[in-house]
Design a protein around this ligand. Structure first.
Ligand code: 13P
Ligand code: 13P
Ligand code: MG
Ligand code: MG
Length: 364
């Protein structure tokens, strides 16, 4: 069986209005560009958006980190940026940190999650896309999906999952990675991934056969750019069923709107709210941070879908709780822990404030 590669490449190339959502013209442009190469360079594609982030979902046979595929995404974002500039959309080209393409979009601004695998007899895939948060936002959900039997029943019940999963965790500050085999090493892993600003789960593999189960984007724009340039608004691919978490087990972690970093000016903690596609347009205080999930069945590399997975009443309580938490946190105004810690602000706005006030500080 030929292997298929799934590439999800995303960028904020301009918001409409402000940072809230996507102008239809940009979606149309991306669809036109990808249609030109459908059946040639790529097998199939879908264009979606989460808030102000344009999401290109592509299947092909070129493998991960492929120059042609990355160039296709980059060129599409570049053309979209020209359109965004014409329409004077907000932050046109926001995530394109470089002028010229250098072979791989990694480190250039766009976020990338990719995986290559042999398509199973039936291949359900969940693609998660977030706005107003950072890559570490997936840590909690991935832990619940692949390591917590109180969330994923299959870890106990399904003999094919009972052996557990191995997590590849990246240290985004020191550019290092470590493999952690769970359940044996869950305490060590939690020590790391509980600091999602620094340690991020990049891949998950099934222990019994090393089969890939999940892949995330791990860009941190502020670390790349050395200044505040908007949040990363990450994406994640998760395979489901038949010895992997069932679709409902993949979604279950989002029934709790856990707290993530991002929201207004990328500088506040807020609840991670699961929403249907039509609600992926953060408005209140530019948020709260949002996640959508597009469900697909792969069929010979073709994408059957998307199904709008969070457009379901069973996530209403999560949304209500998220709104209550948003009310509660907002009343803190500029106070931590609603506002991110000084550590995090160092990569955003604090240096300028300290520089300005520097000469006025007197020794105690
Ligand atoms: P500006 O309005 O100055 O761009 O900043 C506010 C904001 O939206 C931060 O991204
Ligand atoms: P984005 O990262 O989604 O562009 O949001 C930036 C922002 O500052 C929102 O307040
Ligand atoms: Mg934006
Ligand atoms: Mg965004």
């Amino acid at each position: 069986m030929a292997k298929v590669t799934l590439s999800v490449i995303k960028a904020d190339i301009g918001g409409f209005p402000g940072h809230s959502s996507m102008h239809p013209a940009l979606m149309e442009l991306a669809k036109r560009e990808l249609t030109k190469v459908k059946g040639k360079l790529i097998k199939d594609f879908r264009v979606l958006h989460c808030g102000d982030d344009l999401e290109l979902i592509m299947t092909h046979s070129k493998g991960v980190d492929n120059k042609e595929i990355h160039k296709l995404a980059w060129d599409t974002f570049k053309k979209g940026t020209e359109e965004a500039k014409k329409l004077k959309l907000y932050g046109a080209g926001q995530d394109l940190l470089k002028d010229t393409f250098s072979g791989n979009v990694k480190g250039m601004g766009p976020g990338v999650a990719e995986m290559t695998f042999e398509e199973r007899k039936s291949e359900p895939i969940m693609i998660f896309m977030a706005d107003k948060t950072e890559p570490g936002a997936w840590n909690y959900a991935l832990y619940k999906m692949f390591a917590d039997p109180f969330s994923t029943a299959g870890l106990v019940i399904d003999p094919n999952m009972h052996g557990g999963f191995t997590f590849e965790v990246h240290d985004l500050f020191e550019h290092k990675k470590v493999m952690l085999k769970c359940p044996d090493e869950i305490y060590d892993m939690l020590a790391l991934i509980g600091q999602p600003s620094r340690y991020v789960i990049k891949y998950v593999f099934r222990n019994s056969d090393k089969e890939i189960a999940a892949s995330t984007s791990t860009q941190r724009l502020s670390l790349l750019a050395g200044r505040y340039v908007g949040k990363d608004d990450p994406v994640m691919i998760v395979r489901a069923q038949s010895g992997l978490p069932a679709v409902g087990e993949v979604l279950e972690p989002f029934s709790f709107p856990y707290t993530v970093a991002g929201w207004m000016r990328g500088s506040h903690h807020g609840p991670f709210m699961p929403v249907g596609f039509c609600d992926a347009r953060p408005s209140r205080f530019d948020g709260p941070p949002r996640v959508i999930c597009a469900g697909f069945q792969l069929s010979g590399g073709m994408l059957e879908g998307p199904a709008d997975m969070f457009s379901d009443v069973s996530f209403d309580n999560a949304r209500n709780m998220a709104n209550d938490v948003a009310d509660y946190l907002r009343r803190h105004g500029p106070f931590e822990p609603h506002r991110l810690s000084a550590d995090e602000m160092e990569y955003t706005t604090l240096p300028d404030v300290l520089k300005k006030l520097g000469p006025r500080f007197k020794k105690l």
